[in-house]
Ligand binder design. Sequence first.
Ligand SMILES: Cc1ncc(COP(=O)(O)O)c(C=O)c1O
Length: 398
Amino acid sequence: MVSKRANGLAASETLKITALAKEMKRAGKSVISLSAGEPDFKTPDYICDAAVKAIRDGHHGYTMNTGTPELREAIAAKLKRDNELVYTPEQIIVSNGAKQSVGFTLLATVDKGDEVIIPAPYWVSYPEMVKLAEGTPVVVKTAFEHQYKLTPEQLEAAITPKTKVLILCSPSNPTGSCYSKEELKALAAVLLKHPQIYVISDEIYEYIVFDDKHVSIGQAEPAIIPQLLLINGFSKGFAMTGWRLGYLAGPLDVVKAVSKIQSQETSAPSTISQMAGEVAYKESLDAVWAMRDSFKERRDFVVAALNEIPGVNCFNPGGAFYVFPEISTYLGSKTPSGQVIATSTDLVMYLLENYGIATVPGDAFGEPGGIRLSYAIAMNDLKDAVVRLREGLLSLQN
Ligand SMILES: Cc1ncc(COP(=O)(O)O)c(C=O)c1O
């Protein structure tokens, strides 16, 4: 007899596919998993050393609810160094991962019936988090031709008197797209006409950007800063997904509201992770750039290889470690045994069960014409995966 709130939530499609792939592997089948949302690296040694030291030095207790002053100072210094943004440590609250930062920020800003604009394809958790906050997700479909990026015209058209928040994610999960400075400036120009609307800018993939430098919307248009709720964390850039460390930087009243929610729900994240995070931001980023370069090599390979498969279209994404190829020509096709592939979920299940590759259907991200592949795996596996994908797709008949 679970609550309506829990019943109304979708289970994470990514986790479902990953679980099935693991089950198949346990049963002895050869499965290449392109479904995980995490780097295939270990956390750099100097960060691990800082955590070990924190344990040995006896930092075993709670910290302040908003995070240690030292970490929040290090985050403020990082925002200045990397993003030209000026925040005081009081405007920053550290949480158990950027996921919690997004969730608590929505709880702190959205009232029942408030609308939250979410460009699709979107990260799976955004609409569900909005529903948990009793808000209404307003999903805006974006175009493949624009690398699935929201245009100012689309934003303007989606705004109503009930709009409270826009969620932007750059670099994007699931598409890897990055908004340019000009694109962000144009979106900010629309938001500036509606000062009651916040923009949650999820920049968790900031350090995995290949061709240009990452730009935050606050950097592209400083006038937006009073409306900006900037979210970032350590999971992706530093390969620290298991350490659970993220943060919000924003106007003091929102940070205080998030702090109240956090104080009742979880308190601050692990003290040890916080002390490690401080070192991550203070030391050189050389290890981060080495991981980025390795992702770039794999992106270059996978985009070229995917575009050689008939009926697959994949643009060159500027960041993260995902590609989101367009595969809609295969929808409506038939498998050799006559089963119809009606949806991207059918396609993903067919590829997993018959060709041993785990991907994630675009359905899960609100864009049925694509599938998401994470290329955070060894190059040899990636090469093998593309061969299997090609064979799987070419086995289908229109
Ligand atoms: C877009 C996006 N935001 C936030 C997160 C959550 O990151 P964290 O591990 O810091 O909670 C993820 C993780 O997959 C993500 O893809």
